[in-house]
Write a protein that binds this ligand. Structure first.
Ligand code: ZN
Length: 436
């Protein structure tokens, strides 16, 4: 079996001759982007009632509640444990509940278990449980009091019923870490290794195992692409690489740097003002090159479809040595749709336009090195006050375009490449207001 390193050597020693570039991988790790729905799930809480009962009454009390509140079955509470011991609750709840715990003993209820004598003749401690009863929207406190007071252990009891109201997460957690954090902050959470708001954890884990070895190398190659267009004064230092990876076989399909300052008319010198030619962003150019390679790979290419009519506006003809080397390689299999099964590595988070182009081209996976909080289309985080100039690297436009299955007809996996030494990636520095 081939080792990843050997595969990498083959890629660089192969017909593309990339070896001589002496590219060193950019160190880092993959951090999956949060989807829009995941972030929404994090933020929403609901208020629920909690009561204290002896452990032996836990099941019976929940049954009473189930019968008394028919709407309870329409609410998804599966991520919330219904019966919890005090020690497993957040510290703030332990303090709150301890201060109002009732003097449960053998006389306070009719149960033969409660207050039973143990072997030493001393009284056995009564096991108490805290029950998550129902969302407060389903029943009033007075009605709940009335319903519970008619049943053991409260019926004919000297114990007074305390109904607490606490906030809990409204939606299921999307990771084990999130479940642990919510258990610490809100209530005991059950995590079922699934993610209704984004890619399934096992699918994501397999994808990470598939690409993490080479991600730093492809990002380094993307950086070279940006350095070359910048060097020739064609654009900003932004670049991308499109890879086809099937098992251990990897092919570099396209490499493109940003060319927004490339003059579309050779008689005029392009002035560096405004956004430049946005059609010449690295991602747009790389997709254009893939399209051209696909046309070229057709068994009987139509000469007119290989025309250059679009080249001036889109700048999707190769402009630099590295772009030319990859573009001229006939390594694309005929018959596929644009970028299906391809991965794209970008030095910077693609802008909204490029993100949409990636979606339409049907990429499989995307890794970018640097978040672009003012212009990026992939990250789902948004500044709390709606401002995007707060300087908070976690805030952004909030589009999360890679995974919005209820609104867009394609989705792909997306990661940020986070440097091991500093959060936020290790891509070349570009003014944060510049679109990638
Ligand atoms: Zn763009």
């Amino acid at each position: 079996m081939k080792t990843p390193q050997l595969v990498q050597d083959e890629v660089f020693n192969g017909p593309l001759g990339l070896r001589e570039l002496a590219i060193a991988p950019i160190p880092g790790r993959l951090v999956a982007l949060k989807t829009k729905d995941e972030l929404r799930a994090v933020l929403e809480t609901i208020d629920v009632y909690v009561i204290e009962v002896p452990a032996v009454y836990a099941g019976a009390t929940l049954n009473i509640v189930k019968n008394a509140i028919p709407d309870l079955k329409t609410v998804n509470l599966q991520h919330l444990r219904r019966v919890v011991q005090l020690d497993f609750l957040p510290v703030y709840l332990q303090d709150k509940f301890r201060s109002s715990t009732q003097p449960w003993d053998r006389h306070s209820t009719t149960s033969h278990v409660v207050g039973e004598q143990d072997e030493d003749g001393g009284k056995r401690a009564i096991e108490l449980r805290y029950l998550l009863i129902a969302p407060t929207s389903l029943i009033s406190p007075a009605e709940l009091q009335r319903c519970l007071a008619q049943n053991p252990p409260f019926l004919n009891s000297t114990i007074s019923l305390h109904v607490h109201t606490i906030p809990v997460p409204a939606f299921a957690p999307t990771s084990a870490e999130q479940a642990a954090k919510w258990t610490e902050d809100y209530w005991s959470i059950s995590y079922k290794n699934t993610n209704p708001y984004g890619p399934h954890p096992s699918f994501l884990a397999r994808a990470v195992a598939d690409i993490e070895t080479h991600a730093g190398t492809w990002l380094a190659l993307a950086r070279v692409a940006g350095q070359q267009t910048k060097f020739h004064a064609l654009g900003e230092e932004i670049g991308c690489v499109i890879i086809e990876k099937a098992g251990n076989e990897q092919k570099v399909i396209a490499v493109a740097g940003d060319a927004r300052w490339c003059s579309t008319d050779s008689t005029v010198v392009q002035r560096k003002e405004g956004p430049g030619n946005v059609m010449a962003h690295a991602v747009m150019r790389a997709i254009g090159m893939v399209a051209k390679k696909r046309l070229r790979a057709e068994p009987e290419p139509n000469p007119s479809s290989l025309g250059v009519a679009s080249e001036n506006a889109f700048c999707d003809a190769p402009l630099t040595p590295i772009e030319r080397r990859v573009f001229t390689a006939d390594n694309i299999i005929p018959g596929g749709y644009l970028c299906v099964d391809f991965d794209i590595y970008v030095t910077h988070e693609p802008c909204v336009m490029c993100s949409m182009a990636m979606l339409h081209s049907r990429f499989r996976r995307c890794v970018f090195a640097r978040r672009m909080s003012l212009t990026g289309g992939l990250t789902a985080e948004m500044a709390k006050d709606g401002r995007t100039d707060s300087g908070d690297s976690a805030s952004g436009l909030g589009y999360g375009m890679f995974w919005r299955p209820s609104e867009l007809n394609w989705k792909f996996l997306a990661w940020e490449w986070v440097s091991e030494s500093e959060e936020g990636g290790d891509a070349p520095s570009v003014d944060g207001s510049i679109q990638a």
